[in-house]
Design a protein around this ligand. Structure first.
Ligand code: ADP
Ligand code: MG
Length: 389
């Protein structure tokens, strides 16, 4: 429907369909993310190492009191998402917007309404977190158009609550925090218990690439929530608040499959910290090894990979200049991420295509969410400044 149409125009059309005037619109964007290391560790109060990427959800919106109406260039139908109307099903995309409106209203009181057009370059269900990008862009639009900027922490927390308590995906905080706090050419080390953030610069010449495995997934289908409850069960049996609190020596008595689930989490947390040290020391060889080891652990111990993801990661590793590759996101389908040298990435898409994986794209670690200066006209310009305090 929007193929070949400039993004700005597609977004304006979506807004017009929602009854808004593009000439008066303000535009808000929020990025998807990749994650170098730390998969399924966030809800175990552990460590993650994501980067916001240069694929994002953009929302063009105008304020209108009491109206909560959105049209998406990528999805069917209109979303009527008044938080005080009956709750939309977690399967409908409007549920993400309604959840954010509800969640923000817990902080700020009743939120003002908006008419909104939505356009995304984050592929849906491919492990790059289109859902958090949608939530964060919605949160920015609702709060800034109502005239009260929300602190970054509060914005990320509101979006997380929306996904957990409204949509029904019991996710950890990584996606929302990466979308809000991302930094250009950097990854963020997030401690998912204290919520402390450190920025870690990526070494010059290092590139990130993603390739879809060809099997989309939806987190709401249950596999993700099942893994989460297995981790909680393991922590309960070990008498600790979360698997963050145990080491490898503590988990030996757990029954299967809880032992393998816990082993993944313990080792993955250690890999994050080792990965940070490797980045700081410029030890890219070690970084690649840790990324490969993360995939193997997600495959064998956590059992969230698929044959397609395994094959895509293995294919990446055969390409010259690739340092490491692994599945990214919750698993059960989605994308593989590779870290590669800049001088090798131009050849990567074609080489992967010959191996049966089309559509590899190089992504850049990017700034977190914000308002686009210049509204629709500014949409394809440079990086926007941050839109929240
Ligand atoms: P992901 O890994 O991409 O976050 P999820 O299953 O968590 O996958 O979220 C995908 C859901 O987010 C979609 O099914 C849809 O409801 C919503 N969504 C994502 N992008 C858009 C968009 N451009 N327009 C409307 N809804 C979207
Ligand atoms: Mg998601």
């Amino acid at each position: 429907m929007t193929i070949g149409i400039p993004r700005r125009q597609a977004l304006a059309e979506a807004l017009r369909s929602a009854g808004g005037d593009p000439a008066r619109a303000r535009v808000f964007r929020a990025p998807g993310r990749i994650n170098l290391l730390g998969e399924h560790t966030d809800y175990n109060h552990g460590f993650v190492l994501p980067a916001a990427i240069d694929l994002d959800v953009a929302i063009a919106a105008v304020a209108e009191s009491g109206v909560f109406l959105a049209v998406s260039a990528q999805m069917e139908g209109q979303a009527v998402f008044d938080p005080e109307s009956p709750r939309l099903s977690g399967d409908s995309w409007g549920s993400y917007l309604q959840g954010v409106a509800w969640s923000l209203s817990q902080y700020t009181g009743r939120v003002g309404g908006i008419r909104a057009g939505v356009h995304s370059t984050v592929p849906v269900g491919s492990g790059l977190s289109s859902s958090a990008a949608l939530e964060v862009a919605t949160g920015l639009a609702l709060s800034l158009l109502a005239g009260h900027a929300v602190a970054k922490e509060a914005l990320a927390a509101a979006c997380l609550r929306a996904e957990r308590q409204w949509v029904g995906v019991n996710c950890g905080p990584m996606d929302q925090w990466a979308s809000v706090f991302g930094q250009r050419d950097s990854v963020i080390l997030l401690d998912c218990r204290t919520m402390d953030i450190e920025t870690v610069h990526l070494p010059e010449g290092l590139c990130l690439a993603v390739v879809d495995s060809g099997t989309p997934r939806t987190l709401a289908e249950g596999g993700y929530n099942r893994r989460r409850s297995e981790c909680e069960q393991a922590a309960r049996l070990l008498g600790v608040p979360a698997l963050r609190d145990v080491g490898e020596a503590d988990i030996g008595e757990l029954p299967e499959p809880l032992l393998r689930r816990a082993r993944h989490v313990v080792r993955e947390n250690a890999r994050v910290m080792e990965g940070v040290n490797a980045l700081r020391a410029g030890d890219t060889g070690l970084l690649g090894e840790l990324i490969d080891a993360s995939h193997e652990s997600l495959r064998a111990d956590f059992e969230v990979s698929t044959p397609e993801l395994d094959a895509a990661a293995a294919a990446c590793r055969t390409c010259p200049g690739v340092l490491g590759a692994r599945m990214v996101g919750g698993g059960f389908g989605g994308s593989v991420m590779a870290v590669a040298w800049a001088d090798a990435v131009d050849a990567l898409p074609e080489r992967m295509e010959r191996l049966g994986f089309s559509g590899l794209r190089v992504v850049r670690a990017s700034e977190g969410a914000g308002e686009v200066v210049g509204g629709l006209e500014g949409l394809e310009g440079g990086d926007p400044p941050l839109g929240c305090r």
